[in-house]
Write a protein that binds this ligand. Structure first.
Ligand SMILES: NC(=O)c1ccc[n+]([C@@H]2O[C@H](COP(=O)([O-])OP(=O)(O)OC[C@H]3O[C@@H](n4cnc5c(N)ncnc54)[C@H](OP(=O)(O)O)[C@@H]3O)[C@@H](O)[C@H]2O)c1
Length: 304
């Protein structure tokens, strides 16, 4: 039975995933949120492929352990930077440090993310999920963009989510001041905003040698959501996790998109792990995309 287009992602998640054995020895790969789950699995797989890693994490102690674990297996360079993505000033500082240390950047993987069941604002007044999942990755990408153009060929990968299908993006109420906060929609709003800016950036990067794609890393058992209440944690641990795969499948998929030679010129696509897929219609609305681009530029203090 063929599923309707909007449910095709269910069938896609069961399709065989692509892999690559290509190596990316010596490439400089910046990856955010590598202290657990998808980011950790991706960092490990990238190190296996020979990449030197620049890990941007909020918790340096956890990051140090990740570095030790990966270096026990692979002798690549691993640099650790600290930034909490609820604070855009820390994202700016991390970007400045990266630019001062690395004359080239081959890969940028924006992975850090979270899901909240309740509304919370950052100290700058952003809804926290929107800030971490969208604004921080937008800002980091924009600040590293010129260096990536100088380093071409280079690739940017946004670790997005099927969660974008929950919608929730209201350009007039990004802080959820006028609506009751719903966690899945808050998450959906952040991922929709990120996807919409991917299409904008794809156009701006045309012929630059830098590609940008977004992907859903699979439904995998990680720490996501474990910052929420005890009931949520209990449900996730005992009911959800047993049904999910481990994040190694995400690491393998990310590696494919980051390293496969056949992905070199592919840009502006959404992948269900490694299977190209059509996102939800609301995440393809270019009019909204132009508006969220302008808003994101303004909120992050960037100028065209
Ligand atoms: N797991 C899934 O099934 C799934 C499905 C679709 C999409 N995703 C996406 O995959 C990405 C990774 O999530 P995950 O599932 O691997 O979750 P995770 O295990 O919770 O990992 C999230 C990573 O983001 C970091 N992070 C969270 N808040 C941060 C902040 N304020 N500043 C800086 N870093 C922060 C975490 O750091 P700490 O270790 O310090 O907490 C951790 O390194 C997210 O973008 C998520 O939306 C996951």
């Amino acid at each position: 039975m063929k599923l309707p287009e909007e449910l095709q992602f269910i069938a896609n998640s069961r399709k065989p995933q692509k892999r690559t054995t290509s190596r990316i020895d010596g490439q400089i790969c910046v990856i955010t949120g590598a202290t657990s789950g998808v980011g950790y699995a991706a960092a490990k797989r990238l190190a296996q492929g020979g990449a030197n890693l620049v890990l941007v994490n909020r918790n340096l102690e956890k990051a140090q352990k990740v570095k030790e674990e990966i270096n026990k297996l692979y002798s690549v360079n691993i640099d650790l930077l600290q930034a909490d993505f609820t604070d855009l000033a820390q994202v700016r500082k991390a970007a400045e440090t990266i630019l001062s240390r690395y004359p080239r950047i081959d890969l940028l993987i924006n992975n850090a993310g979270l899901h909240m069941t309740r509304r919370e604002l950052t100290k700058d007044g952003f809804e926290i999920v929107f800030c971490v999942n969208h604004l921080a990755s937008f800002l980091l990408t924009m600040l590293l963009l010129d260096r990536m153009k100088e380093s071409q060929p280079a690739r940017i990968l946004q670790i997005n989510s099927q969660g974008h299908r929950f919608g929730g993006l209201d350009l007039d109420d990004l802080t959820w001041a006028n609506r009751r906060y719903k966690g899945l929609q808050g998450y959906g709003a952040s991922k929709t905003a990120q996807l919409l800016t991917v299409w904008e950036l794809t156009d701006k990067l045309k012929d630059s040698g830098v590609t940008i794609n977004a992907m859903h890393p699979g439904a995998v058992a990680t720490n996501i959501g474990m910052n929420n209440g005890l009931l949520y944690q209990w449900y996730q641990r005992y009911f959800l996790f047993p049904l999910l795969k481990g994040p190694e499948v995400s690491g393998e998929a990310i590696y494919y998109l980051a390293a496969a030679p056949e992905m070199k010129d592919v840009s502006g696509k959404f992948f269900n792990q490694t299977v190209e897929e059509k996102p939800a219609a609301h995440a393809l609305d270019r009019e909204t995309g132009k508006k969220i681009w302008e808003i994101s530029m303004k909120l992050t203090g960037l100028r065209e």
